[in-house]
Ligand binder design. Structure first.
Ligand SMILES: Nc1nc2c(ncn2[C@@H]2O[C@H](COP(=O)(O)OP(=O)(O)O)[C@@H](O)[C@H]2O)c(=O)[nH]1
Ligand SMILES: [Mg+2]
Length: 306
C-alpha cells in the first residue's frame, strides 16, 4: 500500500540528526504518541547517532558517517499511540547546502519536487544558538562591509600598531553568497505551502516548526514560549508563519535530553541516573498558552494528525 509521507527538513546544524537519534529509544520502549511500525532493517544512519547520546554526548554535526552519501532514509510510523494509519517519515538526503542552492537559484530539482508532492506534512527544524545561523546585514555590519568595498580604510580605527587589523567579517565573496537563515526558512515554507499535498480528507497539510535546543535559551525568553521566541529571534520568519494562508502550522520547542550535554557539567553528572527515555521534553505553542510535555515524538505525531 502506498502510504503518504511526512518529511523532516531543516538547514545544517538545526538538530535533525540528534532528534532522530532520541526518537529511537522512544520507539523501542513504545513510549509516546508516535510509534515505529516496525524497526527498519538498515538503521546504521541513526545507530551511530544513538550511540553518541548513550555515551552522554550529542552526535556531532560534522560526523561524516552520519551525513555524507547516505541515501534517503524513511521509517514507517503510526501516530495515535500506534493506532493511526501507516505513514512514512521521510528524511531526505538533502544537505543544507543543496537547500541553500535551491533557494538561491529558485530552482528545485524534480526529485525534491516529487518528494514534496508526495508528502502531506512536514517537520521543519531551526535551532537556537547555532553558529550556522546567518544573520542579515545590519547597519553596523553593512558599514564595515562598505568600507572594505570602497578600499578606503581610513574609517577603520587603527589601533594595531601597524599590524594588519583583524577583519571581523568573512571575505566578501562568502558574504555575498550567504543567504540569511530567515530568508531560507521563509523560502522553505513557501515550497511547502506550494507543493505539499492535501491530506486524504481534503484538509490542509500540517507543518510542525521545531525550535531545537530549547534548553539553551535563557530562562526569560524560554518562559515566553516558542511563538515569542521566533518573534524575537527570527522576526521575518515569524511574520511569514503568521500570514501563511494554506498550511496548518504549530510551533514546538524541543530539548532532546532536557539539558546541554556540551556545556553543562552539572546536568551531565546526573544524566546517567535515568534512562534516556526519561530525559527530554517538548514545549508546545497552543493558541493561548504554552504547554510542556515529556513526549519527544509530539511534533511528528501532530504533523501526521488523526
Ligand atoms: N543543548 C542542546 N543542544 C542540541 C539539542 N539538539 C541538538 N543540539 C546541538 O545541535 C548540534 C547540531 O545538531 P544536529 O543534530 O547534528 O543537526 P543537523 O545538522 O540538523 O542534523 C548538536 O551537535 C548539538 O550540539 C538539544 O536538544 N539541546
Ligand atoms: Mg544531521
Amino acid at each position: 500500500m502506498e502510504s503518504k509521507s511526512i518529511i523532516l527538513i531543516g538547514g545544517p546544524d538545526s538538530g535533525k540528526t540528534n532528534y532522530l537519534a532520541r526518537l529511537w529509544p522512544s520507539f523501542q520502549r513504545k513510549k509516546g504518541e508516535l510509534r515505529a511500525d516496525k524497526t527498519p532493517t538498515d538503521i546504521s544512519y541513526v545507530d551511530s547517532a544513538v550511540e553518541h547520546l548513550m555515551m552522554g554526548e550529542f552526535a556531532p554535526r560534522s560526523d561524516r558517517n552520519l551525513e555524507v552519501g547516505r541515501a534517503d532514509f524513511s521509517i514507517d510510523v503510526r501516530a495515535g499511540f500506534g493506532n493511526g494509519e501507516l505513514r512514512s517519515l521521510m528524511i531526505p538526503d538533502i544537505s543544507g547546502e543543496l537547500w541553500t542552492k535551491a533557494v538561491a537559484t529558485s530552482e528545485i530539482s524534480t526529485e525534491w519536487l516529487n518528494l514534496l508532492q508526495e508528502s502531506e506534512g512536514a517537520v521543519l527544524f531551526v535551532r537556537h544558538a547555532s553558529d550556522q545561523t546567518i544573520q542579515p546585514l545590519d547597519w553596523v555590519t553593512a558599514r564595515s562591509v562598505l568600507n572594505l568595498l570602497s578600499g578606503d580604510d581610513s574609517e577603520i580605527e587603527d589601533d594595531t600598531n601597524g599590524e594588519p587589523a583583524d577583519l571581523a567579517e568573512p571575505p566578501i565573496e562568502s558574504q555575498e553568497q550567504a543567504i540569511p537563515t530567515q530568508v531560507l526558512l521563509c523560502e522553505l515554507l513557501r515550497y511547502l505551502s506550494t507543493f505539499l499535498a492535501d491530506r486524504a480528507d481534503g484538509s490542509a497539510p500540517k507543518v510542525s516548526v521545531v525550535i531545537a535546543a530549547w534548553d539553551m535559551i535563557g530562562p526569560e525568553l524560554r518562559a515566553e514560549g516558542p511563538r515569542k521566541y521566533l518573534a524575537q529571534e527570527f522576526p521575518l520568519f515569524a511574520g511569514r508563519l503568521a500570514c501563511e494562508s494554506r498550511l496548518s502550522i504549530k510551533i514546538f520547542g524541543t530539548s532532546i535530553v532536557g539539558g546541554d550535554l556540551n556545556d553543562d557539567p552539572d546536568f551531565k553528572a546526573t544524566y546517567f541516573d535515568r534512562h534516556i527515555t526519561d530525559h527530554g521534553y517538548v514545549v508546545v505553542q497552543e493558541p493561548d498558552r504554552v504547554q510542556t510535555v515529556d513526549d519527544i515524538t509530539l511534533p511528528i505525531a501532530w504533523a501526521i494528525g488523526t
